[in-house]
Write a protein that binds this ligand. Structure first.
Ligand SMILES: NC(=O)c1ccc[n+]([C@@H]2O[C@H](COP(=O)([O-])OP(=O)(O)OC[C@H]3O[C@@H](n4cnc5c(N)ncnc54)[C@H](OP(=O)(O)O)[C@@H]3O)[C@@H](O)[C@H]2O)c1
Length: 420
């Protein structure tokens, strides 16, 4: 059995590529059904930092090719174009990657909480579409348990930053003082809520929240203060804002260069900072060329996230220790899973031989005392156990990584097939 991971993430691909690979939460089930045309079992993890496909089954190579074909079709691109952005990890490396990712160590913002929930959603969705099998389920559950442990037992997520709060920090760096600024937040989901909260905590002068569903924006402003507006009203309000943070989960641009150019004409040369943390992006990239407009996307937050990484170095070490222990436990389980059928077949065959030989001998010996009978049973059992102890220990310790389970199956002519 092999585990394969084929992915694209914030280290290997810019947001312009990641946004094409990103699968929005509502589309995950459909995408898993499409993945099912290429592989038997798989889980897709798609966040603003990454889109990854995890697969297990007997034939790792077929799964890798299946995952790559799925991504190629999803991105509408060729093999060559895709290969420059993808990474492929196998078995223990793939396990380690998922565990680290779930603990927030592979995120742009170290220790962020969101990825833990997203890993849970990825598993739930794959269960719903019946794309999981025992190893994948165990793998993701193990990663989620480890993610929770790391957050509870280390300070990695203490006062955790989020992409949203880093976006507000970035805006503060550019404008200097939020107390003189009016901010527009586009998107009233989780990211929008975190942006609005961070802006309020840092003393923004006033805030507008725009959402496709205006009631959702109204609920947020009720809780945090500010004014709700509809997306249709953006053009009328944009020029009044010094900072715009966009975080709507739309598959298209919401803020066009024409929108911003028109707004800037009304701002008498006053600058505007736009931070687009949505993936796919909400702001047309050409906006960056408009005078006095400072446009940043999620990749532009890297500098602040690097500082956050340095500050959490000690906690990262503690997290890594927990992760290593949990990975060792999972790997031991996985190896055991691989060799379990061979070990049971071996024990069964040995017991059958012992029983048959003992019965033959007992017949020849005629009547024996109960005590002698028990002694013969115990002695033959002990011989079998002692002979098998080392081979079984070896199989449990090494799994089938070097083909030893198959070798044992052949040597002892055991029934059954290679485990899937
Ligand atoms: N959550 C995070 O911490 C985080 C971190 C980094 C980046 N992001 C990015 O931020 C974006 C939003 O994430 P989220 O977690 O806040 O999602 P969410 O909780 O599902 O909220 C989605 C928001 O987007 C709006 N929306 C959805 N489809 C839309 C469309 N077609 N046109 C206009 N608005 C639409 C929703 O409006 P309705 O109320 O009408 O549905 C809602 O306001 C995503 O691109 C995500 O990658 C999020």
């Amino acid at each position: 059995m092999q585990l394969s991971l084929v992915g694209i993430n914030h280290r290997t691909a810019p947001v312009a590529i990641r946004e094409k690979a990103a699968i929005r939460t509502g589309k995950l089930d459909d995408s898993l059904s499409r993945l099912g045309r290429y592989v038997d079992h798989g889980i897709i993890l798609s966040t603003c930092n990454r889109t990854e496909v995890y697969t297990t089954d007997g034939d790792g190579r077929r799964n890798e090719e299946g995952s790559l074909d799925f991504l190629k079709t999803h991105l509408e691109t060729s093999d060559t174009d895709l290969s420059q952005y993808t990474y492929i990890l196998k078995d223990k490396e793939a396990v380690a990657h998922l565990f680290q990712t779930t603990c927030g160590l592979d995120s742009m913002i170290i220790g962020e909480y969101e990825v833990l929930g997203q890993v849970g959603q990825a598993l739930e969705s794959a269960e719903r579409i019946k794309m999981t099998n025992l190893p994948l389920r165990q793998l993701f559950q193990g990663a989620i348990r480890t993610g929770r442990r790391v957050r509870e037992e280390t300070g990695i997520s203490k006062n955790a930053l989020s992409v949203s709060s880093v976006a507000v920090d970035m805006a503060t760096r550019v404008v200097g003082d939020l107390a003189k600024c009016r901010m527009l937040v586009i998107g009233a989901g989780e990211a929008g809520r975190l942006v609005a909260k961070a802006a309020k905590d840092r003393g923004v002068a006033s805030i507008l929240i725009a959402s496709r569903t205006q009631e959702r924006a109204a609920m947020l402003t009720e809780a945090l203060g500010g004014t709700p507006i509809s997306l249709g009203n953006l053009a009328g309000e944009m020029h009044t804002c010094d900072i715009i943070v966009t975080c709507a989960d739309a598959p298209h641009w919401i803020v066009s260069a024409d929108h911003v150019a028109a707004a800037m004409k009304l701002r008498s040369g006053s600058p505007m900072v736009i931070i687009d943390i949505a993936v796919p992006r909400n702001v047309e990239p050409a906006v960056a060329e408009i005078d006095n407009v400072y446009l940043y996307n999620i990749d532009g937050l890297i500098q602040i996230s690097d500082q956050n990484h340095q500050q959490r170095e000690g906690e990262i070490e503690k997290a890594v220790e927990i992760i290593m222990n949990e990975i060792a436990e999972f790997n031991a389980w996985w190896q055991m899973l691989e060799v379990r059928p061979v070990v049971s077949a071996l024990m069964k065959k040995a017991e059958e031989i012992r029983r048959a030989q003992l019965d033959k001998t007992l017949k020849k010996l005629g009547s024996l005392s109960e005590e002698d009978h028990k002694s013969l049973e115990a002695m033959t059992k002990s011989i079998v156990t002692k002979i098998l102890r080392e081979p079984v220990r070896y199989l449990k310790a090494n799994g089938d990584s070097n083909g030893s389970a198959e070798m044992v199956r052949e040597l002892f002519r055991l029934p059954g097939e290679k485990p899937k």
